[in-house]
Write a protein that binds this ligand. Sequence first.
Ligand code: ADP
Ligand code: MG
Length: 627
Amino acid sequence: MQEKGTISIHTENIFPIIKKFLYSDNEIFLRELVANAVDATQKIKRLSSLGEFKGELGELKVSVSFDEKNKTITISDNGLGMTAEEIKKYINQIAFSGATEFVEKFKDAKDANEIIGKFGLGFYSAFMVADQVEIQSLSYQENAEPARWICDGSTEFEISAGNKTTRGTDIILHVNEDSKEFLDKSKLGQILDKYCKFLPIPVQFGTRTESQPDGEDQDGKPKYKSVEVDNIINNTSPIWTKSPSDLKDEDYLEFYRELYPFSEDPLFWIHLNVDYPFNLTGVLYFPKVKNEFEIQKNKIRLFSRQVFITDEVKDVVPEFLMLLHGVIDSPDIPLNVSRSFLQADSAVKKINSYITKKVADKLSSLFKTDRKAFEEKWNDIGLFVKYGMISEEKFYEKGKDFVLLNNTNNEYFTLEEYSEKVKAAQTDKNDTLVYLYATDAEKQDSFIQSANKKGYDVLLMNSPIDPHFISQLEQKLEKTALKRVDADVADKIISKDDQTLAVLNDEEKEKVKSIFEKAIVKPNMKVVVESLNPDELPVIVTMDEFMRRMKDMAKLGGGMGFYGTMPDNYNVAINGNHKLIGKILQTQDEAEQAQLAKQAFDLALLSQGMLTGSELTEFVNRSVSLI
Ligand code: ADP
Ligand code: MG
């Protein structure tokens, strides 16, 4: 047996669902109603330009006002208006968008479509804050009668003759008990500033006093008077709607200051502008970030046809570009839908990879056209680039040609340049290229100098992203390893075949070892006697690269884990070829021997900033008595 049928929807049931779940935030009622009013004015403009409307357009404007006593908020426009028939058609039918119909009917190939609405749901958001909504409207059509519609949020409405005498529509909200907070100047002002700041038609909210010239006084000095003028809350042509060729640097900077009044000027920006395969405009700014991870996410604002939607751009902008500032405007980003929908949306995915590509192209061209400026900005850009290369394979492919490594002499190299530079000196006996790096040029200075003396170069890797970037490089670069400069003594950090000849014999080495072990009573210090270059320091304290990285990772991860709970273990390398070690060995008096050993060890700690507190005091006292 087979039976077919259609599922029926009872509007009585769907209505409360729409009110409750479609919009998470009830303040967006104002966004929706102002957007409708803007649409109405855009439509009359279009009809006029097509010759469908022959009357006076007048000064097109949307006004928002409120009346605390009567508990109403009114949104008025002088757009195309609606007849009673149209109200029945467009307002009474939920999920039937008059906007879509209008666009179909009056589409104009030359002109980009400017109509915001498309779902036919926005109007009903009014019932989130009002227990009664009233429409007073007069259509632009000749001999149109004013119409009035009133509804209390149930599925019943009343339609009758209206009282409007000029073209356009008033939407009057009778604000409900729970939403009285909206009957407040600063509250409404804030919401308008958030959602409507860049709408294309002037939006008026209240008035402000302006001083205007008013002739001259008896002495011939200019006079001024205070006049009440409309307070327009929006900038109707924000820069992202303009063509990049019409804009100067100063325009971009000015807009940045408008968006983020208290920020430092940005480093540079990217003007986004595509219309195929999706429509998107916007300006992304690279802020100054410095080295600390002062992550300021949610600084990009998402718009749809100049209406603010959200500053949670997580799904639209790749994670690593969340540090950017600016605006993105795309009518293809669905307006009134939930976040999970946004994630799955295919337009959103395309936008995401487009932005990644644009940013990579911009950086690449900056690098190619002005390398010096690029190097100067590297401190700030580097973070984005490295983060991007770590988190997105596609970005790694582009970034590998312009990511810079900088060394302790403040020189910058691309990956390719650097491998060329150090290949000859820093390839070890297993044919692995070893890059040395310092995380703190001050603290690791003695190691850096020793490495430089051996003809090795030392990179500076002092940004919080660098531990991750180092692992990324090791994975990506062939036969290349990175080692922190203090991971071993300079003679051994890159293992070569040429061993320095030992001055001490094995028996002497054993003796030196025991002298030092006695002098340094520390369980986490392991003494080894090495045959190093006589110019190296007599004692050098190092920490194994692997061990240190594991500990760093544990620290970064916040949790402790196995490696996090291990004590810091150090190797104490005694340079058997150093004159001082020979001298210690020859010293007959055991106390003196121990004192010299301790002194040499403390000097090693001192050179690495590891000597502090009572140990430092003791060292100073001992040094004084030795002198
Ligand atoms: P959408 O804007 O997505 O079409 P709405 O529910 O916001 O859906 O509005 C439904 C329809 O009601 C609009 O498409 C439009 O035809 C009509 N409308 C709403 N507000 C106005 C207004 N202020 N002036 C003229 N028409 C309006
Ligand atoms: Mg709408």
